[in-house]
Design a protein around this ligand. Structure first.
Ligand code: NAP
Length: 323
């Protein structure tokens, strides 16, 4: 017999459905099994019922009415995580939910096995932890509007970030127009080139002062370009997608020069293939969930060194994709 889903888990499932509305109930059930570490996937009927009572679940979550209530499930975790938050605040380090969750997992793993509580550290648990400690202001430090295909917009964004050290710049914006030989036009090629190739190059150049500030403070800084294996000449076995393939190929070429030019300043570059991700990019037909793709890329970024040779790396295990 599988365990019942907690309110927190049901809430996460509802949120997952909102983020990926095209996921079928069977896929949602499989996602829940992995995400909540269940011995078996919930029945699709259970998923259906949860989605039907979404507003009720959201209200319970908002009020902190969970199976465990607002009680502290692990005082050790609570104290250790709070002191981490305090230390970060004292050092002026900005925290995100992701960082907090990572730290919580680390603390939990460090507790003796016999006293370690079984906790999913869900979004709901994090919300309750933040509520208990009045941490309402976690989130992006600053949001800056940007159209990466517009020189003027890049300049305005760079001005808004003047004097801010940036130790990791991730150029993620991208457009994918799947044109074949018949409908490829100079206009759709140029549009994709501007967003996928030129944009990341100009953005990197505009934020060089910020990357250099981070180098002064911490010794190194990195630029991660979210490319695609579709930009690989060697990997192209299906043709088509002229403008997209060429733009990602150009991004790889630009980044090779950036890597050579910036290494002496202790700024390293990465080229990451995020996988076939379930996003708007491919009409939500991708096999990899965004969380999995991001977690894989984050693992690669965490291990990179400036002196590493530039290669196109697969998000999964960091395998090199021939370009
Ligand atoms: N999904 C995949 O299977 C896949 C595979 C290989 C590579 N990639 C690459 O991964 C990256 C992320 O793609 P995704 O899957 O998350 O696709 P997505 O869901 O379509 O997201 C693309 C993002 O790029 C932003 N963007 C597009 N044009 C922009 C512009 N001119 N200025 C600023 N932002 C712009 C979009 O912002 P708005 O929402 O505001 O439009 C959106 O946030 C892209 O570089 C893509 O080429 C994706």
């Amino acid at each position: 017999m599988g365990k019942w889903l907690t309110v927190e888990e049901k809430f996460e499932l509802v949120m997952k459905h909102r983020r990926c509305p095209s996921l079928s109930q069977t896929k949602l059930a499989r996602w829940a099994q992995t995400a909540f570490n269940l011995s078996r996937a919930p029945l699709t009927n259970t998923v259906k019922k949860i989605l039907q009572s979404a507003s009720e679940i959201e209200e319970k979550q908002r009020l902190g009415i969970t199976k465990r209530g607002r009680d502290v499930a692990s005082p050790e975790l609570e104290v250790a995580l709070k002191s981490f938050v305090d230390a970060c605040e004292a050092d002026g380090v900005r925290l995100s939910r992701k960082l907090l969750a990572q730290k919580a997992r680390q603390i939990l793993a460090g507790l003796p096995e016999d006293t370690r509580p079984k906790m999913a550290l869900s979004v709901g648990w994090m919300t309750n932890f933040m509520a208990r400690h009045g941490l309402r202001r976690l989130g992006p430090w600053k949001l800056v509007p940007l159209d990466i295909s517009e020189k003027q917009s890049i300049a305005v964004a760079a001005r808004a970030l003047e004097g801010v050290p940036i130790d990791l710049l991730i150029n993620n914006a991208g457009v994918c127009e799947n044109h074949n030989l018949e409908d490829t036009t100079s206009e759709n090629c140029v549009r994709q080139f501007e967003v996928n190739a030129l944009g990341p190059l100009l953005m990197t150049r505009a934020l060089l002062p910020n990357l250099r500030l981070a180098v002064s403070a911490r010794g190194s800084a990195f630029v991660a370009q979210i490319t695609s294996r579709m930009g690989s000449v060697a990997d192209n076995s299906s043709g088509g997608a002229y403008g997209y393939r060429a733009s990602k190929g150009a991004l790889n070429v630009f980044t090779k020069s950036l890597a050579i030019d910036l290494a002496p300043q202790n700024i390293g570059c990465l080229l990451l293939h995020p996988g076939n991700v379930n996003t708007a990019h491919g009409n939500f037909t991708g096999a990899v969930e965004p969380e999995e793709s991001v977690a894989g890329m984050a693992r690669i970024i965490a291990c990179v060194r400036v002196e590493d040779p530039l290669q196109m790396r697969h998000f999964g295990k960091g395998d090199v994709i021939d370009w």
